[in-house]
Design a protein around this ligand. Structure first.
Ligand code: ADP
Length: 429
């Protein structure tokens, strides 16, 4: 059969010339032409009807036709075949993705732009107890923990959130959300019970060992102090005794730091929330820092427009800022300058301890608040620290809703800062 637009044009010409020819013979030119047009239009309508019937049964072969209609049927049929093939491929991909995510041990939940559950895998059913009737319902109706609701609605998903399981009391789950598409979200739920238990075990172990070491160490130190002070001490024993005393004092400090750190980490020691005059506190720490500085002749300057009163625990704030100021004294050379700044501005109460010492490479920053991490192990342990100062500062500040920020440049100095939220400002009634 001849197909295409040219064949259709030829057909129109045949109708027109036949109309003119018969009109000329029968003497009714216009009526014959109208009849020829009507015949052509009837042909068009018949083809439209065939197209309609065929489109209603998409799996059937296209009807046979000549002219432009043959081309139209062929093109639609080709498009249908292409679309069917693409659909099959897409379905295979979706099935494979669903199979793989179903096989995952972590729960996966797809949440639509309205916060409703769209799809979840088998592990999510096991961890959270979802049933097929839960599809289309708001996720926060099932995960009602206020911290999860805040996390889910905040849009800030940089760090995962650990919470007790809403289904099993003994389990601990970690939620990590990834936003995609048009405000859709993918929630990955991981069972972290074992990690949690190990972490608790580690904390308890450190806390218990530190407590157990405290008493024997105090006794040893007491005897060493008495013996070191005794006049009857032979001269050749004086040096070893003073070294033993120095090392036992270091050990004592280490034990005290480990105890404070584990108390801060475990929340085991509920801290009193009282009014703390921050600038006064920093001034008193400055005096201790100047004493530590001794002959190093360092300048410690406090910059503050006015007193700022915080609601918090004076003991842990003292411990945080003492560690920062004492570090600045320990790790900067003679005659260096340490600036302590307090600013009460719109975004919160900003405090920084900046020095113009040697600083350190920025690559150390992410690990600096880890326990016992030191930039230069040999040099810094001889500076007398326990390696826990910044870890204590970080946790003490976290308990006051402030995050310890560190910046440093080799040869330029370091800056340790934090910002307390305005809600921490003490308001007297
Ligand atoms: P340490 O007991 O060793 O001082 P910290 O946790 O307080 O333990 O500090 C960790 C490390 O950070 C230090 O060993 C030191 O290398 C580095 N550090 C801390 N503060 C400063 C500072 N102001 N300048 C240079 N290095 C610093």
């Amino acid at each position: 059969m001849v197909r295409g637009f040219n064949a259709e044009l030829k057909r129109v010409l045949v109708f027109a010339t036949s109309g003119i020819f018969f009109g000329f013979i029968n003497g009714h030119m216009s009526w014959t032409l109208i009849a020829a047009c009507a015949l052509y239009i009837c042909g068009l309508l018949w083809q439209i009807r065939r197209l309609d019937l065929w489109l209603a049964q998409p799996n059937k072969q296209p009807p046979d036709a000549s002219g432009i209609w043959g081309t139209i049927f062929d093109n639609i049929y080709r498009l249908q075949k292409k679309q069917r093939k693409e659909k099959r491929q897409l379905k295979t991909v979706i099935n494979r993705v669903q199979e793989t995510t179903s096989a995952l041990r972590d729960g996966v939940i797809l949440v639509d732009s309205h916060g409703n559950i769209d799809w979840w895998n088998r592990a999510a059913s096991g961890l959270l107890g979802f049933q097929s009737s839960d599809q289309g319902h708001a996720l926060i109706n099932y995960l009602r923990h206020p911290e999860f609701i805040d996390y889910f609605e905040s849009g800030d998903y940089k760090t995962p959130l650990d919470l007790p399981s809403p289904r099993f009391q003994s389990k601990h789950l970690q939620y990590q959300i990834t936003a995609f598409g048009r405000r859709e979200r993918l929630v990955v739920v991981r069972d972290v019970t074992q990690i949690h238990q190990l972490e608790n075990l580690r904390r308890d172990f450190v806390a218990n060992v530190s407590h157990e070491l405290r008493t024997p160490l105090t006794v040893i130190r007491g005897y060493l102090e008495t013996l070191a002070d005794s006049d009857s001490m032979p001269e050749k024993w004086q040096k070893p005794f003073s070294q033993m005393l120095y090392q036992s004092e270091r050990m004592g400090q280490l034990v005290e730091d480990l105890i404070s750190l584990s108390q801060l980490e475990t929340n085991s020691d509920p801290q009193p929330q009282l009014a703390v005059e921050l600038v006064t506190l920093l001034q008193s720490i400055r005096l201790d820092a100047l004493e530590l500085s001794g002959s190093k002749q360092q300048q410690i300057i406090i910059h503050s427009a006015s007193e700022v009163t915080l609601t918090g625990c004076e003991k842990s704030l003292r411990s945080a800022f003492s560690n920062l100021m004492f570090n600045a004294v320990k790790y900067t050379p003679n005659n260096s300058r340490i600036d302590v700044t307090v600013q009460n501005n719109k975004s919160g109460i900003y405090v920084s301890v900046q020095d113009n010492g040697d600083g350190f490479d920025r690559k150390h920053i992410p690990r600096l608040t880890e326990r016992f991490y030191r930039v230069d192990d040999h040099r810094n342990s001889s500076a007398g620290g326990t390696g826990l100062g910044l870890a204590i500062a970080k946790h003490a500040l976290l308990r006051h809703d402030a995050e310890l920020k560190i910046d440093s440049q080799l040869g330029q100095g370091s800056c340790f800062s934090c910002t307390f939220p305005l809600t921490r400002e003490f308001k007297s009634i």
